[in-house]
Design a protein around this ligand. Structure first.
Ligand code: SAH
Length: 224
């Protein structure tokens, strides 16, 4: 999978992409992430990418031309499955969406800033709009990093234990059961006996019961 991220703050991705799972996916060449500084595509010498909103009001708006230029340059090289804009009014990111997106090959992700982006970018260039939740962040970089992590960890071969993504919360419509590790008894805080029993079928049953119980208690909406 190849992801091209369009941003005015490429350095914001240094942390999230240079550790842990995403780093490993890139090292194994299972994922390629390319960062593009939208300012490099500005048309004036001040590298301007935003301007005042027509009709007045607070906040700057990201301009059409630099964004169109970078998208055109990328599309001249290859076909993209989706040109995504991270936006609080987009479709809510959830596990089924991450699963679907992980089957695609080439994605562009545009990160907005300030008051947002000129609506004509959304009308003419963007094919999908995704939100990470009903709250507003200062820019699309953190949402893009969240989306990228959610998708890349699903690519075959990225997670060490192949089955581990399948047993995560939401994959089967249930939350994850509780997990424990050594020591079995810490200051009298005990691990449930069943997990020490070595009885695989009973352990699987217990985990399923716990997942259902947890989902009923915390997220009954998932069971509807
Ligand atoms: N004025 C806009 C918010 C702009 S926030 C509004 O009220 O809808 C600036 C940028 O941050 C947006 O362009 C978007 O790219 C990003 N952003 C903020 N919150 C987000 C969210 N919940 N999901 C995805 N992107 C978000």
């Amino acid at each position: 999978m190849r992801i091209d991220i369009l941003t005015i703050f490429p350095a914001m991705f240094d942390g999230p992409f240079s550790h842990s799972i995403i780093k490993r996916a890139m090292e194994k060449e299972l994922a390629e992430i390319h960062l593009h500084d939208i300012r490099d595509y500005a048309t004036d010498k001040h590298r301007r990418v935003d301007d005042y909103p027509f009709g007045g009001g607070a906040g700057m708006v990201m301009m059409v031309q630099p964004v169109e230029r970078v998208i055109n340059a990328l599309q001249a090289e290859r076909n993209y499955d989706e040109i995504i804009y991270m936006s609080p009014d987009g479709e809510l990111l959830d596990q089924p969406m991450a699963n679907r997106m992980s089957t695609l090959s080439n994605l562009v992700i545009l990160c907005g800033h300030y008051k947002g982006i000129d609506e004509r970018i959304r009308e003419h260039l963007i094919t999908k709009e995704i939100s990470v939740g009903d709250y507003v962040l200062s820019g699309g970089e953190l949402p893009a990093a969240i989306f990228t992590d959610a998708v890349i960890r699903l690519l075959p071969g990225v997670l060490g234990d192949e089955t581990s993504a399948l047993s995560d919360s939401f994959q089967d419509g249930l939350l994850s059961p509780p997990v424990y590790t050594r020591p079995a008894d810490y200051k009298g805080w005990k691990v449930p006996d069943i997990l020490l029993s070595g009885h695989d079928r009973k352990i699987a049953e217990w985990r399923h019961e716990q997942a259902v119980k947890r989902t009923e208690e915390r997220r009954p909406d998932l069971l509807e």
